[in-house]
Write a protein that binds this ligand. Structure first.
Ligand code: C5P
Length: 222
């Protein structure tokens, strides 16, 4: 039993989906429940860290002892992250940020009349890559959820986004990943990787944090 291995650390976590407004009553989003991010925030708090959780819209209760910042869109999540990041030791980007948003959200409800409706989308800002490219970034951990070539894509993302660590989880398998209680994780960093077999997200969160803190301490960035 090792008590409070994150005492004295500030941890920032993003969680949940974002919503990108089409018009005042419609949005684009995804199936993220926020459970993995909430589990990580809770485990970090229990391990002694000072935790801020920046969350998109989810159906989960706020966590005792964790500072919650609720946001709606990718743009709002980016702004919230940037106001917090300077004092943070470890940044864990668990959020399933929408990749695209309507280029021109409508100020009024779109009325149905035509048979087709075309909406032009544009890329949202990449919050994780923005943080990792800061002059003095925190220890930065990303997630990669993929249906195919999981490990290859995850390693590519680790390098492309200049991350310290990436956590790969398969999607499209019944019972794990998006909108599930359980998950199965591969953790990759520049030199090595480790597998965390299928387990409850709450359990995986603890194991993941132990790997993060070991790598962080070895990285010489303290
Ligand atoms: O490139 P991809 O979306 O697969 O990367 C996933 C990782 O990047 C996750 O850690 C996610 O939280 C983060 N991300 C982000 N901002 C985006 C898109 C992804 O922070 N706009």
């Amino acid at each position: 039993f090792r008590a409070k291995f994150l005492s004295g650390y500030q941890v920032l976590v993003t969680a949940g989906p974002t919503r990108e407004e089409i018009d005042p009553v419609r949005f684009i989003s995804n199936r993220s429940s926020g459970r993995m991010g909430y589990a990580i925030a809770q485990a970090a708090q229990a391990a002694g860290a000072q935790v801020t959780l920046i969350s998109g819209p989810v159906a989960l209760s706020p966590l005792t002892g964790v500072q919650l910042v609720s946001v709606y869109s990718a743009q709002e999540m980016l702004a919230a992250v940037m106001t917090q990041v300077a004092t943070v030791d470890i940044f864990i980007a668990t959020a399933a940020v929408a990749d695209y948003r309507p280029s021109q959200p409508l100020g009024h409800k779109f009325k149905k009349h035509e048979a087709h409706w075309q909406i032009t989308l544009e890329r949202t800002p990449d919050i994780l890559a923005t943080v990792a490219s800061l002059p003095h970034p925190p220890f930065t951990v990303g997630f990669a959820a993929e249906t195919d070539n999981l490990i290859e894509y995850a390693r590519a993302k680790l390098q492309l986004k200049k991350l310290d660590m990436i956590v790969a989880n398969p999607v499209g398998i019944a019972g794990i990943g998006f909108d599930s209680e359980e998950n199965e994780l591969s953790i990759l960093w520049a030199e090595d990787s480790i597998e965390l077999p299928r387990a409850a997200k709450t359990e995986l969160a603890k194991q993941l944090l132990e790997v993060i803190i070991q790598r962080y301490q070895k990285s010489g960035r303290l």
